[in-house]
Design a protein around this ligand. Structure first.
Ligand code: ZN
Length: 406
C-alpha cells in the first residue's frame, strides 16, 4: 500500500509534441526536452508535483488492484500501461466505481480470462498528459472513462455513433491490446489510465468526481435504452433489479416524467426506492406477484445480473410494448419460454452500454437535472469485502474506490 501515489502519478503533466508546436494555451512552456518532447506546463492543482517528461513510446507505470485467478480475489499489483500515443490522453485517476460486471469478468463467469487483470470501467480523474493530435482535452481537464478505451483510426469524430458495436473497439479491461505491455487492457481500479481521447468524456465541475463515476457504465447503460424508447410523461415504466444500474434507471425514468414501477427482491430497499421517485415498489418473493401487473406497463428495463425467467417479467408489459435486458448473467445467458413470450407479444431486446455521444449526454443530463447516484466511497483495501456486498445485494447502491488509497 502506498498512500502517496499522486506524488509520482500527478507529475506526468506533459504534452507530447514532436514539433514543440502547441496551439493551445498553457500556463508555462519551456524548450524541447529530450528527444522532441515539449514540456508544456502544469495546471495549478498539480503544481506541487515536479514535472517529468514522457518520451515517445515510454510505458506508463501504474499501480492497481488485480485479480490473479478465477477466485477473483484482488491484490495490489504494479504494472505498465501502453505509451501515450498521438491521439491519447493519460488520466490521473481520482475515483473508480464498482460494477457487477467487474466481478463477473474477474471470476471468469462470462469467458476464460487472462490474469493478472485490473477491473474497473467507471473511471474519473484529471488529464495529466495529451498526445500531439489531441484537441478534445488539455492537461488539467476533468475526464471520465467508461467501458471503451480505444477504437479504429477513422471512427473518432464527434459524429461517430455506436462505437460499442464496432469490431475495432477495445473494451476497458481484459481486451487484447498489442500495445499493452501486459497484452490486454487494464481497468480503472488503478492510479492512472491511458485512453484514446475520443473514448473519454468531459466531467463538468458541477458534479463531484465520485458521483460522476457510476454514470460512465451504470448511467449510460440505463440511459441509452430509456432514451431510445422515447419516454413520454405519464408512461408506465418498469425497472427490475434495483442495484447500481436499476437505481439510476428509476431516477432517469422519473426525470423523464414516467410513472415508475420498481421490482425488487429486497424488502429493505423499498423506502429508498420510493425516495428515488418510484410510483410503486413491488417486492417479489417469487414470480407470482408479477401476474398482478400483467399487460400494464409501456416499457420495462431489466438489470438483473443473474439468470431469471424473462417471459415472466416481460408479461407485465402491454402487448407490442418494449422490454430491454441490460443485466448480464453468467454465460450472458437468460432463459426465454417461447410460448410465454409470444403470448405477451412484447418486443424483447438487449442493450450494451451506450455510445460515446450518449456517455457525454448522460453526464450532462444528470448535471442539468440534478440526478446523482447513491454512492459509498471506500478505500482500495476494502475492495474484496465490498464485492461480497454487491453479490449479496447489500450494496447501497454503488461503491466508489478513492484512488488515493491505492
Ligand atoms: Zn459496468
Amino acid at each position: 500500500m502506498c498512500k502517496n501515489h499522486h506524488q509520482h502519478d500527478a507529475v506526468t503533466a506533459a504534452k507530447i509534441s514532436p514539433e514543440g508546436a502547441s496551439r493551445r494555451k498553457f500556463i508555462q512552456s519551456s524548450s524541447a526536452v529530450g528527444a522532441g518532447i515539449m514540456l508544456s506546463g502544469l495546471v495549478p492543482s498539480l503544481s506541487s508535483a515536479a514535472p517529468v517528461s514522457l518520451k515517445p513510446g515510454e510505458y506508463i507505470k501504474s499501480k492497481g488492484y488485480a485479480a490473479f485467478d478465477e477466485s477473483g480475489v484482488l491484490k495490489p499489483w504494479e504494472f505498465e500501461r501502453r505509451p501515450v500515443g498521438d491521439d491519447d490522453i493519460l488520466i490521473d485517476i481520482k475515483f473508480a466505481s464498482i460494477c457487477h460486471s467487474d466481478i463477473h469478468q474477474m471470476k471468469g463467469h462470462w469467458a476464460p480470462q487472462q490474469y493478472p487483470q485490473v477491473p474497473g470501467h467507471e473511471i474519473v480523474g484529471v488529464v495529466a498528459a495529451v498526445g500531439k493530435n489531441v484537441t478534445k482535452f488539455k492537461v488539467g481537464d476533468r475526464a471520465g472513462v467508461g467501458c471503451m478505451v480505444d477504437g479504429c483510426a477513422d471512427c473518432d469524430t464527434s459524429e461517430t455513433r455506436g462505437e460499442q458495436y464496432s469490431p475495432k473497439t477495445k473494451f476497458t479491461y481484459g481486451h487484447p491490446d498489442e500495445r499493452a505491455p501486459t497484452g490486454i487492457t487494464q481497468g480503472g481500479y488503478a492510479t492512472n489510465i491511458v485512453v484514446r481521447d475520443h473514448f473519454a468524456v468531459h466531467i463538468p465541475e458541477a458534479i463531484s468526481f465520485e458521483e460522476a463515476a457510476p454514470l460512465l457504465c451504470a448511467g449510460v447503460t440505463t440511459y441509452s435504452p430509456i432514451l431510445k424508447f422515447d419516454l413520454k410523461p405519464g408512461d408506465k415504466v418498469g425497472v427490475a433489479g434495483i442495484g447500481g444500474l436499476g437505481h439510476l434507471a428509476v431516477k432517469l425514468a422519473v426525470a423523464k416524467g414516467a410513472d415508475v414501477y420498481a421490482f425488487t427482491t429486497t424488502p429493505d430497499k423499498v423506502n429508498d426506492i420510493k425516495g428515488f421517485g418510484a410510483k410503486e415498489v413491488i417486492v417479489l418473493e417469487d414470480n407470482d406477484k408479477l401476474n398482478e401487473y400483467r399487460g400494464q406497463l409501456d416499457y420495462m428495463i431489466n438489470t438483473l445480473p443473474v439468470a431469471y425467467d424473462v417471459a415472466a417479467y416481460a408479461a407485465v408489459v402491454k402487448p407490442f410494448g418494449t422490454y430491454t435486458q441490460v443485466g448480464m448473467p453468467n454465460g450472458f445467458t437468460v432463459s426465454v419460454n417461447a410460448l410465454a413470450l409470444s403470448s405477451s407479444q412484447v418486443n424483447f431486446n438487449a442493450s450494451l452500454i451506450g455510445d460515446m455521444q450518449e456517455t457525454q449526454e448522460i453526464v450532462d443530463y444528470c448535471v442539468e437535472h440534478n440526478i446523482r447516484p447513491e454512492i459509498q466511497v471506500i478505500t482500495a483495501s476494502d475492495v474484496n469485502k465490498v464485492w461480497e456486498s454487491v453479490v449479496n445485494k447489500t450494496a447501497r447502491y454503488r461503491y466508489v474506490i478513492d484512488s488515493s488509497t491505492i
